[in-house]
Structures are given as C-alpha cells and as structure tokens.
Design a protein around this ligand. Structure first.
Ligand code: FAD
Length: 580
C-alpha cells in the first residue's frame, strides 16, 4: 500500500497499527510525517519487501520512505540529526532499484526509495546526461541512442538498475574496458550532506578550491578537512589505489586531489560511497559516442582451465568489449530464453530465439565450458570484419583447442548479450533450492596475471566445495564467481570466512581488488583493513567521520561494517527480493 498526502488518513489507520510494533519510532513518527510531503510506510509488507537486495543479507527496515523532493530529504536528515542522540539506531539508507549485491541499500532503520519521485530526466545529449538518481537505465539507453551515444559504465543489470545506484556503487559494465567505472564519467552531483543542506559537488581548480576552503561554514569545513587529510597522507593515499582497471572498494580518496593537475574533485569520493556520506539528488554524467559498427566473435572453450591463457591473447587485439559466461549460465539462458519475451517484445524475441537456437544446434548437445564474447567496433563493416578475422586466426593458431563462430553483426549477437546481461538474474530466479550467494563475486586483477591468479582461485572453490558459476568482464580480469548455496544452512555459512581469508592474500599478491564494481557493503566492508592496511583503513574511517560524524547515513556498510553483524543478518528466506 502506498500513501500520498491525500491518502494519509486512510493509510495512518493501518500504518499506525504496524507502527506500534516499532516501539522507538512511535513517539517521533508523527513529527516526521508532518515534515514530509512524500510517503512513509511502516506496514509489514513494505518493510519485508525492502529487507533484501541481491545480496546474501536481510535487514528489515522500520519504515520505507518515498521522498517527493529535495526538501523532503533535507527535512529527513534534520529530523534524524535531532533525534540521533535519543535514538542512536536511527539512520538513513538511500536506495534506488535495490539490485546491489553487497547489502548496500538495506538497513534496519529508515530506507529511502529514490525511484518513485526522483525520476526526472532533465536532458540528454550526445555528450551529457542530466538526470535525477531514481531514473532507470532502461529509460536512459533509448534516449541516448537517439544521439548515437551511450554511457560508458552501464552494468549488466541495465534492465533493472538506476543511475543513482550506479553512482552509489561506482558500477561498471561491458564498456568499462575503455571507459572505466562510473567515477570516470560523473561530472557533477548534488548531494544532501549530514547538515541537512544540498550542495553542488563538482571538480574544482586550485583557485576555486581555495575559495571553498576559506569559507567559514559547513561546506568550507568539509573541503578543508578532506583536502588536509589527503595532503597530509599524499603518498599513502595515491599508492593505495588498487592496481587494476576497475575498482569499487574503499573510498576513492586517491582520485580526489592531484597536486600535478591542481584539480580537486569530490565527485570521486561520493561516487562509490554507497550512501554512507550523503544522499545524491541530482546527477550529470558524461555520454560517449556509440560505434557505427560492431561485430562479435564467439569463442568456445572446452575447459575452464584455458581461460587464464586466452585472456591476455585476446587483450592483445584490443577488443571493444570482452565478456564471457560458463556452461551453467548458457544452459539456463537457452532453457529460459522464453522469459525474455516481455522485456524484448514478441517480434524481437522471436528473432533472437531463432538465432540462438541455430547457434546452439551446432553444438549437437555438448555445450562448451566457457563462452567468450569478443566484440570489435569500427567505422565500417569491413574494418570490424578485418579485426574479427585477425582475432579468429590468432586464436586458432594457438595450441588450445578452441572453436569460434562469427556473429557478424549486432543483431546476430543480441541473444548472447541478452544471456550475458541476464546471467545473474537467471541464476537468482531459476535455480531452485540454492541461492546465488555473492561474496567472492567480483574479484579483479590485471589481465596479465589471470593465468597465475585464476587457478589459485579455482583451488579455493574446490577446497570449500562451492559449486560456483563463472561469468564476467574477462577483458578487465574481473570475475563474477557466484556459488550456488543454501545460504540459510549454517554448514554452508561457515565456509564464507575461511574462503575469504584465503582469497585476500591471493588478490593482494597481484595488486587486485575484491570488488571491481560491486562495492563493499556488508560483505566486503569487513575486509577493508586486510585489503588496504590499517593506516589506509584509518583514513577511510576519517573520511566517513568528516562527512557523517554521527553515523546517520547507511550504517554497517563499508568502514562501519563488521563481519559478525553481517553474518548475523544472512537472509532467512529465499526469493529474489524487490526487482522493479
Ligand atoms: C542481475 C544483476 C547483474 C548485475 N551486473 C552488474 C554489473 O555488470 N556491473 C555492476 O557494477 N553491478 C552489477 N550488478 C549490481 C547492481 O545492479 C549495480 O551495482 C547497480 O548499479 C545498482 O543500482 P540500483 O539502482 O539497483 O542501486 P541500489 O542497489 O538501490 O543501491 C546501490 C548503492 O547505492 C546507494 N544509493 C542508491 N541511491 C542513492 C542515492 N540517491 N544517494 C546515495 N546513495 C545511493 C545505496 O545505498 C547502495 O549502497 C548486478 C546486479 C544484478 C542483480
């Protein structure tokens, strides 16, 4: 049930009943209602609906809020500030589409859904997109296409996620091989910080920074403290950046201040902060040109063990994108391709289905262990074709047994993109009795280390008997390893900590990260000290406290996470959570 101002009385009757079970909110909720023009839900159904994301965790909120405008968010922050001392558990968890795999958008106090009212698209051009954070990526894609443009950081979850979540998580996707994570595209943000005011956050030159720092107000103090923190620890901060193409762990301190360029860019800190530093209310982000022509080379490996060798070889051809998935995913994709009918529309679905079936028929019942999707782009069809043929010939000249197919144009390659992009959704929705359990789901190292790195990871998978599926952005050395487990079973749960303990030193040895794009949340937050060292972790913690000294934003995530808290909140029910 959803209540607007006009429906408030009817809603209050039921809402109040639910409210009494939330004892500490009782005396203060009336005040919040009077400050808020959006909707506040305290009924059991909504609270349960919002207790999950795509992670292994479950946190039931006390209320779900739908702010109508920035004034609502400002009032909310001021409200929480005024009661935080009396009710220490009171907090704000921003949430967009809730497709996060780390527990980022769930919380047990006030969850704030941005998708209902913060969904205005201000403008879209070939170079810039200006939107509110609750806009779904599926609504942005066609708009940019009219300008032959796209975002360079769109995740595989593009059919179900929002732009606010991408900024929140510092997301990335198939195009990130060239365009990096979301932080590389963000141009300007508006954010409501802990003082309850909205600020424009944008890159500053030295003169502009000096002006900000000289201000005797909240904003001045924020800039002064962040600048000082980085200046005082400059080498430590710069060296802490993981040596990978993609990273979404920690706070992006290393990208904020650069002595050489004299640019101070706090958008970098907000991007990837998972709602722990403030609530984003407005986003300007760079659009990039969409290539005139593209073509896909599909390469099929008979054994996963060859993957390590193949990745550097493919990368030497500089593909535009390089993705892949395993046989479990392929099987599910073929079996449940019918479920894409609604999303694709009947005509397009029929086309893709028939294309897929003719590709599958060639395997005569034996699907390959790994499907590699190697995409090339160019200004002409000929240019693309030449690149594909060169890649194909190189692959066949290699000693590994490999089969290839050229899905020459974009239309032919569509069903494979569909399966790749929906791979995790398929796992989450179609594998019965097991849950796609994300904890080692986003490892990344530089591609040249993959041949050494990958076998060591497979050893851990075998040792802990984790029947895992593998998909990922192989060109970035970014692997989505998703064990299918009954995560409610304590015998399965106890595997998580020792497996993570073994993973960390391997990832560190190659300068990698536990999260190329899925961020820390509750699952990797506890491993930040192990990954970055105590000194850098202390700076992350200082950063959190500069922005949010009273911990009103998104507790139990990133530097505020603890393994015990996270393990005590493993999801109890199955299901895919709330996906819109
Ligand atoms: C099937 C599937 C495939 C996926 N593939 C990818 C992939 O290829 N690449 C990738 O990077 N991720 C992927 N993900 C993870 C997830 O979809 C992305 O991180 C996505 O960008 C999150 O968007 P969302 O709208 O669901 O955000 P949410 O999950 O709602 O939020 C994400 C984080 O941002 C914070 N946040 C949200 N809105 C705001 C705001 N207005 N202000 C401040 N903080 C905010 C939240 O607190 C949370 O911590 C996948 C997930 C699924 C389920």
């Amino acid at each position: 049930m959803q209540a607007s101002g006009a429906l408030l009385v009817g809603w209050l009757d039921k809402g109040l009943m639910a409210m009494y079970s939330i004892e500490y909110m009782k005396p203060i909720l009336d005040e919040l209602l009077s400050l808020f023009s959006g909707e506040i839900h305290t009924d059991k159904m909504n609270r349960n609906l919002y207790s999950h994301d795509a992670s292994i965790y479950e946190l039931v909120p006390e209320a779900v809020l739908f702010p109508k405008n920035t004034k609502d968010i400002k009032s909310l922050v001021q409200f929480v500030n005024s009661y935080k001392h009396t009710y220490p558990a009171l907090s704000i968890t921003p949430r967009s589409a809730g497709t996060d795999m780390s527990g980022g958008p769930i919380g047990n106090s006030l969850v704030v859904d941005m998708t209902k009212y913060f969904n205005t698209i201000h403008s879209a051009s070939s170079t810039t997109l200006h939107v509110q954070p609750g806009v779904f990526m599926r609504d942005i894609d066609p708009l940019l296409l009219k300008h032959n443009a796209m975002l360079g950081c769109v995740p595989a979850s593009r059919a179900i996620n929002t732009i606010g979540g991408m900024v929140g998580n510092n997301s990335a996707g198939e195009q990130s091989l060239r365009y990096g994570n979301t932080d590389r595209s963000v141009q300007e943000l508006k954010v409501v910080f802990a003082d309850g005011n909205e600020y424009v956050v944008t890159p500053l030159n030295q003169r502009e920074l000096d002006i900000k720092i000289a201000k005797h107000d909240y904003e001045g103090e924020l800039y002064r403290k962040v600048y000082q923190l980085i200046e005082d620890n400059y080498d430590l901060v710069k060296n802490a950046r993981p040596k990978v193409n993609k990273n979404s762990m920690g706070y992006n301190l290393w990208a904020v201040w650069d002595r050489d360029t004299g640019i101070f860019d706090m958008t970098q800190l907000i991007t990837g902060s998972q709602g722990t530093l403030g609530v984003i209310t407005d986003i300007k982000i760079k659009a990039v040109p969409k290539a005139k022509h593209s073509g896909l080379l599909l390469a099929y490996l008979t054994d996963l063990k060859y993957l390590g060798e193949i990745i550097p070889l493919v990368m030497s051809h500089q593909p535009a994108t390089f993705e892949g998935f395993d046989d479990i995913t392929f099987n599910l994709g073929v079996k449940y391709f019918k479920t894409f009918q609604k999303q694709l529309g009947m005509k397009e679905w029929l086309k893709q289905q028939s294309q897929l079936l003719s590709s599958v028929a060639k395997f005569k019942g034996h699907l390959p262990s790994i499907v590699l999707m190697i995409e090339f782009e160019g200004d002409t069809y000929q240019e693309v074709n030449d690149k594909i043929l060169a890649m194909q010939s190189d692959l066949h000249g290699h000693k590994i047994h490999i089969r290839t197919e050229i899905e020459g144009n974009e239309q032919d390659s569509k069903p494979f993109w569909q399966i790749r992009r929906a791979s995790l959704t398929l796992l989450r929705q179609r594998v019965k009795d097991k849950y796609a359990s994300c904890f080692m789901d986003d490892l990344a190292v530089q591609p040249q280390f993959v041949p050494e790195f990958f076998p060591q990871i497979r050893k851990i998978i075998r040792k802990y008997k984790l029947p895992a599926t593998i998909a990922g952005h192989f060109g970035d050395g970014n692997f989505h390893i998703i064990p299918l487990m009954d995560i409610t079973d304590p015998a399965e749960q106890i595997k998580l900590e020792p497996a993570m303990r073994e993973l960390v030193p391997i990832v560190l040895k190659y300068g990698g990260t536990l999260a190329g794009e899925h961020n820390d949340g509750m699952v990797r937050g506890p491993w930040l000290p192990a990954m970055f060292g105590d000194d850098m972790y202390a700076l992350f913690k200082d950063t959190k406290e500069i922005f949010d000294p009273h911990y009103i934003f998104n507790p139990h995530k990133k530097t505020d996470a603890s393994w015990d808290f996270s393990m005590n909140h493993i999801r109890t029910k199955g299901g895919a959570g709330l996906i819109k």
